[in-house]
Design a protein around this ligand. Sequence first.
Ligand code: PMV
Length: 330
Amino acid sequence: MSEAGARARSNIAFVKYWGKRDEALVLPHTGSLSLTLDALATETRVRFSEEAGPDEVQLDGERARPEEARRVSALLDLVRAEAQRQGVARPGRARVESRNDFPPAAGLASSASGFAALAAAAAWAAGLDLSPGALSILARRGSGSACRSVLGGFVEWVRGERADGEDSVARPLLARNAWDVSVCIAVVEAGRKERSSRDAMRDSATTSPFFDAWVRTTAEDLESARAAVLSRDLERLGEVAERSFLRMHAVALGNAPPAIFWKPPTLALLERVRGLRAGGVGAWATVDAGPHVAVLSAAGDSGRVAESLRAVSGVREVRVCRPGPGVERL
Ligand code: PMV
């Protein structure tokens, strides 16, 4: 019997990951760039027994649904196989307990913190000694965006060239205390999405006529965003971030079937952010595969931004996030 726990945070991408070139290995068509957030965390404990048998998975106190349990077991299988390869005793069935401090599967990227925490807890419980890069590759197999949550601060997920995915890895760009920014997340709706980002992302790569243009232009956006982060140029980063999410959603609107993630408050929030800018507040929006709007600003402006977002009709809650750390052992 061996046990370990890990805490990982969510991250918000300013250059989005949207589309896999390899579904099984979770290899992206493009690189992406994100900030790990301090406020949205998942804590996961993994306990391996020596006996074989089906894994037991609890998410937020409830037994996981079959599809969720299958994805968790698939990641645990990679850990079991790696343990065998490294000559450590192969662990048997696992008991997994995972808790989010935010609503799951509602577009707040719970898969990022969830799979980063699971990868770390499982690797540590199995006694594997993995570098941060190797841990990010493992987390990537659970969910692409999870590879970025292994690290804190500003992170780039390098696309990589190799067919085996060993160079498709997260790398640190800027430490979390090196730039005083904040991200205010306006939550407009709780509950589950109609279509998972995984399915919509696959539809984009296979059916959207805009997908090739997305891949082509994202390479330029990544260059520009990386330079903006390294020079701490908030306006430049904000402009790239808005371009990137709008194009990602444009690609998804072109899917068959179309993926429309926005709700009426989403558009109202986007207008509000433009209004803030017109009034001289440096604030830029980004939207993942859901209806919520995340707004980047200087930390000193976050009070004003949060207050303004809270006043938009249909907003349930605004979470003010700061740059967060990478995965931690519990
Ligand atoms: O990691 P996934 O499969 O949940 O994909 C997430 C994709 C976006 O959140 C929409 C964009 C991103 O880069 O995080």
